[in-house]
Design a protein around this ligand. Structure first.
Ligand code: IPE
Ligand code: IPE
Ligand code: MG
Length: 256
């Protein structure tokens, strides 16, 4: 089995910290509705949670953070909500890109960008350019993203390589195919968090979550703050990741 399920590192206090955390930020609409507000106000409130979590990941030594902001399926929401989300996305890029850069955060966006307006595509590219040389937190926003879309685009690119004679399909390995996926340069997520109470993946990272530890909380995304992230990190630190091996094998390996 070729996959490289390398263990995460412990921080100086000896606590195991995930190298990569992936979050489904869910519950914005319910948060707003519970306050008698429009759904888009929940999306706006969710931005404060994004800022808090980005900062806390930096403080806690998490190397990479991937946030699911808009799924392939979310395009089917009412047009007014989609429009509001796109505007919010655009405005946030304008106001936050410099701040990310100052905080040494590298921003990347993954997903089917062709679906976005030209203006938004330009803003995304600009924000990525601005932070491209930063080597602090690797922040990835998944927007117009679906796990199936990701695997499909990887398969398509591999097929193109094969057609061009640069790749032998018979010798294609898992790690070769993973190299065509959106997060190829990052370690696979160690910890997945979903807020908002639903216990499903909703077409987020499918391939990359194969051995990720899953954490679900009822907290709605706009209420998710540093303390909530710390709770998830503490829960993660207590888990034993076996990657298909037995407990005894793992103890032997740790002694070696
Ligand atoms: C998540 O919150 C944000 C997006 C999907 C864009 P929701 O908008 O799904 O909020 P709920 O789940 O309806 O409360
Ligand atoms: C998942 O939330 C997508 C994002 C948070 C961006 P949804 O609210 O779209 O998921 P479902 O519809 O409840 O599965
Ligand atoms: Mg939802």
């Amino acid at each position: 089995m070729g996959a490289d399920y390398q263990a995460e590192q412990a921080n100086p206090e000896g606590e195991r910290i995930p190298r990569h955390v992936a979050i489904i930020m869910d519950g914005n609409g319910r948060w707003a509705q519970a306050r008698g507000q429009a759904r888009h106000q929940g999306h706006r409130a969710g931005l404060d949670a994004v800022k808090a979590v980005v900062e806390q990941c930096g403080r806690r030594g998490v190397g990479a953070l991937t946030l699911f902001a808009f799924s392939s399926e979310n395009w089917q929401r009412p047009r007014a909500e989609v429009r509001m989300l796109m505007e919010l996305f655009m405005r946030t890029l304008d106001t936050e890109a410099h701040r990310l850069s100052e905080n040494n955060v590298r921003l990347r966006v993954i997903g089917d960008r062709a679906q976005f307006s030209d203006r938004l595509q330009e803003r995304l590219a600009e924000a990525e350019r601005l932070t491209a040389d930063k080597d602090g937190l690797h922040l990835t926003i998944a927007a117009s993203y679906g796990g199936r879309w990701d695997i499909l685009q990887a398969a398509r690119r591999a097929a193109e390589e094969a057609m061009a004679g640069r790749l032998d399909p018979a010798s294609l390995t898992e790690s070769d195919l993973a190299g065509y996926l959106s997060l190829a340069e990052l370690p696979e997520p160690d910890l997945f968090i979903r807020t908002g109470g639903e216990k499903r993946i909703s077409n987020f990272l499918l391939w990359q979550l194969a051995y990720t530890e899953l954490y679900f909380t009822e907290t709605l995304w706009p209420d998710f703050r540093a303390g909530e992230l710390d709770r998830a990190l503490a829960d993660f630190a207590r888990r034993q990741r076996r990657f298909g091996l037995t407990d005894q094998q793992l103890r032997q390996r740790d002694r070696a």
